[in-house]
Ligand binder design. Structure first.
Ligand code: FES
Length: 205
């Protein structure tokens, strides 16, 4: 059982939403079997203030609108796609961006769902927003399929990025478990050398 946003999407733990026009994260979305209700706990992103809502199963909560991390309401069925496009809205800051290949050969070795899994991990580490944000983007074939699920890191040296993390090509990320990704994300956040991550060499031919 579940409760719903006003647009009809299910309310899930970890979602970002607008509650009375404030950006919040859904900390808990839990059934209470005894009285067939849902407990929803929200936390304001700016202040950490918490709100608890209790509603009967299958309630549509009109004061809760699913949004993306930039505070724009999203289309039904989407995590990020805004309902209305504002051409003047800046893009969201990131310290590092990782392009992960989800084309055929890399997906067979790893997973075509990898970007979604990594975005969830970043949310749980609070690195999906703020000054140390890591952005994950999907890429088609880099022409380096022999290195399996190839990932390419760029650092935003225009602001707080680290030049040593620029143009890093990671090899065999299909072998990484979530713990390994977590280690990588922390090293990027803390400006550490990426010595524990096998990289692809480049050569002029
Ligand atoms: S399919 Fe990923 S590099 Fe070619």
């Amino acid at each position: 059982m579940c409760a719903f946003y006003e647009n009809g999407d299910k309310i899930k733990k970890g979602d970002i939403a607008l509650y009375n026009n404030k950006s919040v994260r859904v900390l808990i979305s839990k059934h209470i079997k005894e009285n067939k209700t849902m407990d929803i706990v929200l936390e304001e992103l700016e202040t950490n203030k918490q709100y608890k809502i209790n509603v009967p199963y299958k309630t549509y909560i009109n004061t809760l609108k699913k949004s993306n991390t930039m505070g724009s309401e999203v289309e039904k069925g989407y995590e990020c796609k805004p309902k209305t496009l504002d051409p003047n809205k800046p893009i969201m800051h990131y310290k590092n961006i990782i392009y992960i290949c989800v084309d055929k050969r890399c997906s067979i070795a790893g997973s075509n769902k990898k970007a979604d899994e990594l975005r969830e991990l970043l949310k749980s580490m609070d690195l999906d927003r703020g000054k140390d944000r890591i952005k994950i983007s999907k890429s088609l074939c880099f022409g380096a399929c022999r290195y399996k699920q190839v990932a390419n890191i760029f650092s935003n040296t225009q602001t707080n990025g680290n030049i040593k993390h620029n143009n890093i090509w990671l090899s065999a990320t299909h072998k990484y478990n979530l713990k390994k990704w977590e280690e990588l994300f922390l090293d990027l956040k803390n400006d550490k050398e990426l010595n524990n991550f096998k990289q692809i060499n480049m050569k002029v031919y």
